[in-house]
Ligand binder design. Structure first.
Ligand SMILES: Cc1ncc(COP(=O)(O)O)c(C=O)c1O
Length: 387
């Protein structure tokens, strides 16, 4: 497939395999690098979406959680401790377009323990760390094509090892075709993606909700309807190739938009999370993370002003008992993200910054100490995090 060859060439992999969704990519990768004889436990971060847990279970494994800090980096010592005992594989996730700063250390630890590591680059397509592309640190990497852009589903598994590549192809050959699912998923993700732009937000939300009820009545939302056992649809491949070929141009555009947003946020730039100067290569990420006093209410207020902010997983997905922690509660209550649509105009960015500045001003100086309760009277808003 042209897409797979182009993907390998673009990021320097030995080979890549395209599948129906990012979750299918993960399930296939696990079956290929972590056969069942190696025990049951697959290490996954506690800050994770239910789709990843579903993929782990589809590969007949059991998730075992290791902790992530508030700034969404992996705690290296806790990761080392989790590697003790029988472990079938470890999944390390690059959140919101930023590569884990200690990814090389984590990969080396896994190598020393003989544990295959999978880099989950679902949200980090095109991201780099110290000049190296996301996905090139571990044995195998998985990508999703519906996170930083829209596509008819789409996942890619890539590796540096010709042997693993062969295994991946064998496993992927066992998936089946469901073009109808991929088409409806793609249309809904297109609307969801369009909803990041103020002029289209109302239209995208209204039509999207209506189609979602018709097409995906059995699931909570279309996003959950993606599957772990589906091949890439025929119409997804050309769209995925377009995303790939435009990646550099889109990264440049995002970099300019993010620079504008930072400038226009002015005194409200302290909302940006994590509160460190990002390396230049992370500053073209497809997502902006915000730390706010009350995520639910900020999302509602921003939506009323035409700005789409999204909740993080712990705020809307049920956590497994072993996942629950004070950090997960904090993330649920305080973190929001915004997708950076590359077609945002200068005016739209200015508007988003204005809305955030207003909310920041209303929150006052002491908001960091505030519990986050009792800010504004609520207006019900139905948009959720999706990703
Ligand atoms: C970190 C992460 N990995 C994998 C996936 C699965 O990707 P997809 O939605 O393409 O199945 C998701 C989203 O569900 C994700 O957020």
């Amino acid at each position: 497939m042209q897409l797979e060859a182009q993907f390998s060439r673009a990021f320097g992999f030995a080979g890549a395999v395209a599948v129906g969704f990012g979750r299918a990519a993960l399930a296939v990768a696990l079956r290929a690098v972590a056969p069942e004889g190696r025990g049951e436990r697959v290490l996954v971060p506690d800050f994770i979406c239910s789709q990843v847990l579903e993929a782990v279970r589809q590969a007949n494994a059991t998730p075992a959680f290791f902790p992530v800090r508030r700034d969404l980096t992996v705690d290296v010592d806790a990761f080392r401790a989790a590697l003790d005992g029988p472990v079938r594989a470890a999944v390390v996730v690059h959140y919101f377009g930023r590569v884990q700063p200690d990814v090389a250390v984590l990969a080396e630890m896994c190598r020393q323990h003989g544990v295959p590591m999978i880099e989950d680059c679902a949200m980090a397509l095109g991201a780099h760390h110290r000049g190296r592309p996301a996905g090139r640190f571990a044995d195998v990497a998985v990508f999703s094509l519906t996170k930083s852009d829209w596509c008819y589903g789409g996942g890619i598994i890539a590796t540096n090892s010709p042997e693993i590549w062969f295994q991946l192809q064998e496993r992927a050959a066992q998936l089946h075709r469901d073009d109808r699912l991929c088409f409806s998923y793609g249309v809904l993700r297109w609307l969801d993606w369009l909803g990041n732009r103020r002029p289209y937000a109302w239209f995208a939300e209204t039509v999207g909700r209506w189609l979602e009820r018709r097409w995906f009545a059995e699931t909570e939302n279309f996003f959950e309807a993606g599957r772990c056992d589906v091949v890439m649809s025929r119409f997804a491949a050309p769209r995925a190739l377009t995303i790939l070929l435009r990646l550099d141009e889109v990264a440049r555009r995002r970099s300019a938009l993010l620079a504008q947003l930072r400038t226009e946020l002015a005194e409200a730039a302290d909302l940006l999370w994590p509160p460190i100067q990002l390396e230049a290569e992370a500053d073209s990420a497809a997502f902006v993370l915000l730390r706010v006093p009350d995520a639910m209410r900020w999302r509602e207020r921003a939506a009323a002003a035409g700005v789409t902010l999204r909740l993080c997983w712990p705020a809307y997905q049920p956590l497994e008992p072993a996942q629950r922690s004070a950090v997960m509660d904090w993330i649920a209550q305080h973190l929001l993200f915004m997708e950076v649509h590359p077609r945002l105009s200068t005016r739209e960015v200015r508007h988003a910054a204005n809305v955030l500045r207003t909310l920041r001003r209303e929150a006052g100086c002491g908001w960091r100490l505030a519990s986050g309760n009792g800010f504004w009277p609520g207006r019900i808003c139905h948009r959720d995090g999706k990703l």
